[in-house]
Every structure is written in C-alpha cells, then in structure tokens.
Design a protein around this ligand. Structure first.
Ligand code: A3D
Length: 311
C-alpha cells in the first residue's frame, strides 16, 4: 500500500497550517508548491514539520518546491495560492490578481495531477473555483470550493459560545456565496437535536447570523495584515479527509449546481456529500420564500463576479 499524496499550492499562512494538520493526521505525504521567490520559505516550513514528526510519530514526508512537476500523482490538490484581504478590502477586490494566479495554477494542475480531487480556497471563492473548473476541464465532482465548511463552522462556534454548550453538538448549515450575502439557516440549527429557538432569543439568533456573515471581516480587521488561517485550514482538511477516507460527510461546499436549488451552471455553497467519488451529491432542503429570496440575492452577487472573470 502506498501513502496518499497531498499537494498544497500556496505555502502561505493557510498552506503552512494545512501541512501541519496533514502531518498530525497522517493523511499522506505532502508537497508544498509556491512561487520561486518563496521557495526557501516553503522548504523551510516543510523541513520544520519534518523535524516535528518524531515527537508524536507522524510517519509522512513533506517537501517544499517551486516546481509544479513535484505534484505529479497527487490524490488531493489544495489551492490557496493568491493574495488575501487586508482591512477595508472586499473579497471581490482580489479578483484581478488572483485570476491570473489561478489560471497559471489550473494549467499546471491539469498537466501534472489530472486525476486529483481539487479543493479551491483562493478568494473571491465562488468565482475562482468556477475559473479553475473552466480552465482545467476537470469533471464537476473533482472540483470543489471551500467556504461553506468555514462559514458553517463559524455559525456553529457562535451558537456554542452563546448557549455555553458543546461545539460538537451544534449542527447547522450556511448556504450561498462566500461573502456578506451568505445564507445561514437558523431555522435548521440545533444543539443535540434541540432547535436553537428553544435555547436562544430571536435577538441573540439575529446577532449570531449577522456575526457569521461578517466573521471573515472581523478577523481581517483584528489581524490587520491578512485573513483568517487556522479555521480555514481545519475546515479544508475536513474536506480532504472526507475524500481520502471515503467518509461521505455532508459538508456545505461550493459545488457546481446543475438544477439543484434552481441554480444552473454556478459554483455556490450547498450541502455536498464528500466521499471517495469527490463531490458525490448535492443534498437539497426545502427553503421558505424568504430563504429562497436570500439565496437568489447571493447567487446574483456570485454571477456578477463570475461574469467579471471573462472565462
Ligand atoms: P498568504 O499567506 O498570502 O499565502 C498565499 C500564498 O500563495 C503565498 O505564499 C504566495 O506566494 C502564494 N502564491 C502566489 N502565487 C502563486 C502561484 N502562482 N503558485 C503558487 N503559489 C502562489 O494567504 P493565505 O494563505 O492567508 O490565503 C490564501 C488565499 O485563501 C487568499 O486568496 C485568501 O483570500 C483565501 N482565503 C479563503 C477563505 C475561504 O473561506 C474561501 C478563507 C481564508 C482565506
């Protein structure tokens, strides 16, 4: 039996944590690819984690490189290559610069890892994952965007913080694009099966929904020189692990909708079944008229950004 191989394209803030989590969970050998200027840094991060392995006995190998041929044979490719937000920026402000980067990355992934499962993270997420899909020509089940996992994790965290109950028992879902128009669904949120409106007032729930929508920006403001990286990295590795271990987890993800939720031809956050077949299925829930309107609103924002990509 050979080990799985995980390629991390982009070895910045998120990429470094991804490498550490992959090692801690022994998910597979890791290669981190970044631009030539940053090669020393990613080699350094890989070597640093190589030297951390003996303490807990993580038997995997890590390498840093600026040579895309190193990703050959990867089972999973995770793309964080690009520029993050700074205070005052929207995710859409990153489009021009990150579009150039994703074009280059997509061509290399297509060339060297054509059979991989690809998780795109670079912002603006819904438009960048669409661009990757178009340029790579990958099948739709092999390309997914990570955003819903993070947004839902934030929603869960805030519910746990407000109720004082375990994060483990909070279950909920956030639909839509990765931005302030995202659609958290408090109607479906529960703690241990108990609907949250039995545990929290409407005012508290409204505040949690609002904080979830703005959670990324809250962290960008606090960090002052980049965006969140711990919670995105953990969320991403849940998706990678679901694929590598065929767990068939239901994880809100930016998946290509072809009729689901009345959406056709766009990647947007929906509950996706992730297993050995990649995105195996999109699960649909009945939405209220108000929720449908919110989903339509967030779809229009995604459509506008996708149009701007010109792909
Ligand atoms: P950062 O620490 O700047 O790392 C990005 C890395 O990408 C840097 O090391 C760059 O050198 C590298 N890079 C640039 N061009 C290329 C290229 N052509 N090939 C390989 N590597 C390249 O950023 P970060 O890790 O904090 O964030 C990475 C991306 O994820 C940004 O676009 C963020 O906006 C985005 N992000 C998305 C979410 C979502 O939930 C969707 C959350 C957090 C961050």
């Amino acid at each position: 039996m050979t080990r799985n191989k995980i390629a991390l394209i982009g070895g910045g803030q998120i990429g470094g944590i991804l490498a550490l989590i992959a090692a801690q969970k022994e998910l597979g050998d890791v290669v981190v690819v970044d631009i030539p200027d940053i090669e020393g840094k990613v080699k350094g991060k890989a070597l640093d984690i190589m030297e951390a392995r003996p303490h807990d006995g993580w038997d995997i190998n890590l390498e840093g490189s600026s040579d895309y041929s190193q990703i050959e044979g990867s089972d999973v490719v995770i793309i964080t290559a690009g520029v993050p937000r700074k205070p005052g920026m929207t995710r859409e402000d990153l489009l021009d610069v990150n579009l150039k980067i994703i074009t280059n990355v997509a061509n290399n992934v297509k060339k060297y890892a054509p059979d991989s499962f690809v998780i795109v993270v670079t912002n603006p997420l819904d438009a960048i994952v669409y661009t990757f899909y178009k340029i790579s020509g990958f099948l739709k089940n092999r390309v997914v965007g990570m955003a819903g996992a993070l947004d839902t994790g934030r929603f869960r965290a805030f519910i746990a913080m407000e109720t004082g109950l375990s994060v483990k028992d909070v279950s909920c879902v956030v639909l839509g694009g990765h931005g302030p128009t995202m659609v958290p669904l408090p109607r479906l949120a529960t703690v241990g099966g108990v609907p949250i409106d039995r545990l929290l007032s409407q005012e508290q729930i409204d505040a949690i929904v609002d904080r979830t929508r703005k959670a990324g920006t809250e962290i960008v403001k606090l960090l002052a020189n980049g965006s969140a990286y711990f919670s995105p990295a953990v969320a991403i590795m849940q998706m990678a692990e679901a694929y590598l271990k065929d767990k068939k987890r239901v994880i809100p993800s930016a998946a290509l909708c072809e009729g689901e939720y009345g959406i056709d031809g766009y990647f947007i956050g929906v509950p996706a079944v992730i297993g050995g077949g990649g995105v195996e299925k999109i699960l649909e829930v009945e939405l209220t008229d108000e929720e449908k309107e919110m989903l339509n609103n967030t779809l229009n924002v995604v459509k506008k950004t996708v149009e701007e990509t010109g792909v």
